[in-house]
Design a protein around this ligand. Structure first.
Ligand SMILES: [Zn+2]
Length: 125
């Protein structure tokens, strides 16, 4: 059985958009050379999307190992050039992944910060 509790519908027009573990998703197909990717189906809006859509992994042609190594090095504070050298990939690849991962982190940040209580005192001085 696939655990889909961390996934949510990515169709912004869907009533269940961005609701995790809402019971609306199922796996309708597997794809990729080793059938490692899943195509998810939302029964609310009848939309289909990859389980990697909305993550920095979506559409990346790098092997998952290298890709995670790149992200780990960046998260650890390595620069683009250093990361490229250590992982053995091109600088442009690292740049592209950094931008993508950054956008994803920003979305997650905005989502999580959306639940923070308002600070009526204003910023600390
Ligand atoms: Zn949906």
């Amino acid at each position: 059985m696939d655990d889909l509790s961390r996934f949510c519908c990515l169709n912004a027009d869907c009533p269940d958009y961005a609701r995790r573990d809402a019971g609306n998703l199922s796996v309708c197909m597997r794809y990729g050379q080793a059938h490692q990717h899943r195509l998810l189906y939302c029964k609310t809006c009848r939309g289909r999307f990859s389980d990697r859509k909305g993550t920095p992994l979506f559409g990346a042609r790098l092997s998952p190992d290298k890709l995670l190594a790149v992200l780990a090095h960046l998260a650890d504070g390595c620069g683009v050039r250093q990361t490229a050298r250590l992982v053995g990939v091109g600088k442009n690849t690292v740049n592209r992944l950094a931008l993508r991962a950054g956008r994803h982190a920003r979305q997650l940040h905005d989502e999580l910060v959306g639940f923070s209580p308002l600070d009526h005192e204003g910023p600390a001085r």
